[in-house]
Design a protein around this ligand. Sequence first.
Ligand code: FBP
Length: 550
Amino acid sequence: MAISALQKERAKYQPKLPKALKSNVKISEGKATQSIADQEDIQKLFPNTYGLPLITFEPSDEIVPLPVMNVGVILSGGQAPGGHNVISGIFDGLKKLNPANKLYGFLGGPGGFVDNKYMELTADIIDEYRNTGGFDIIGSGRTKLEEESQFDTGLVNCIKLGINAVVIIGGDDSNTNACVLAEYYKRINAGVQVVGCPKTIDGDLKNEMIESSFGFDTACKVYAELIGNIMRDANSAKKYWHFIKLMGRSASHIALECALQTQPNVCLISEEVAAKKQTLSEIVEYIADVVSKRAENGENFGVALIPEGVIEFIPEMKILISELNELLAEGTHTAQAFSHVKKSHRVDWVAEKLSPASSVVFRSLPDGIASQLTLDRDPHGNVQVSKIETEKLLIEMVEAELTERKLEKKFNGKFAALNHFFGYEGRCAAPSNFDADYCYSLGYNAAALVSNGKTGYMSSVRNTTAPADEWIAGGVPITMMMNMERRHGHMKPVIQKALVELDGKPFKFFASKRDEWAVKTDFVYPGPIQYFGPTEVCDRVTETLKLENA
Ligand code: FBP
């Protein structure tokens, strides 16, 4: 297989490890833990894995002989840079403990665990994928591991392969399910441990013990590079406004981090939109005000960042979307009737069935967006926000607003806008040094957790703004991150999603600067990720992490 020059050099990179994981480890256990909320309910649901202590690994000279272990690994959900390094970390960790240990990869995500599709990951295979982006080594998928029947089938497959532990690499939902699986296997005495690893470019799986989900660092650096390039073009040509939508299903961490790295003229933060109960027209007015102010200075160009999920955080849109989800839910008679309505009549047909307020909002949307809201749904019947072209919606609405202002002689500039969506461009990028090191450490650490008999834990590597040597490796009981939330009409135990905190340092810093960035052209051009060179360029962490740990 042909590989690039960079890939060839990068394959030689030896990811850094925390000091404790470089030698044999000994466990230091903290006090019993509690879930972040709803303690009684969570304890009832997880009697075997609730209240476990926090674990920290410390270096040790002691060699404890361990029996041979076989471990299975699953990649779950969207790709995130560094997944291959988590797997190579698990592999190296296991082989160091005992060269006879084996690592199996379940293929195509959690579905492979249930359908018994797997491969043994040998040194040759692992070596091909070290420090590369993507999840192609074993593939990923979005099958949810929720049913006991799936757990039972998975167990049969584990027993056949002699697997003693499964590592699930995923986001908040996949790790919630990892915990449910751990609890179930412990309850039935299955002899299979389950450990999770925090993955998602969205950055919304983090808390006191998990400083960051992996992939966020690299993905943001890729987007920030592209945004910087566009900014430089905008500032050279001086004729376009660029509206850039950034991935991040619900939380705006990616948009915020990219704003901190590049200093755009506008950056919406969904969590703020929700907190201030902003309407779509208020948002449009805000952007139009920035465009007008810049036009007064003769600057008819700029860059606006739009978080992918913002549409669902605008209260009126949220209500509209939930009414649409209900109306068009798979299997309902309304959804069936809808499928027979002629395309050209669909918007009217839907509008008549909505509440009066939602109907007004729905009719105010450009036709293209209104029909996207009725068509693009995920397997659960929900609108797929990544497919809603919010950036185009805002361009159209800002344009209409500015045309009106022009008629009223309140706007005298020009507005020519281009739209972009950055998401898939960053999800499989070659991991930055940070992600390469962090992921390898998470994997190596997961191997230490399983070899120490732990289950229901998430691999945790902390103190990540310090040099890797000083990183703290250990495990966090997954139940500690849980609370009860309403999902699909039922109260469920779930890992609390970390949204952007409006009283947190990253947002506060952004908020203190944004008015200045709006009017002045104060762009920062981060340039591409550097893999070789001075540490202050190659090993820099995200602005979010820097501000949070400051
Ligand atoms: P995960 O939460 O599974 O990591 O995925 C996040 C994400 O990249 C979102 O940012 C985006 O909305 C979604 O995946 C897109 O999913 P898909 O790749 O299935 O289109």
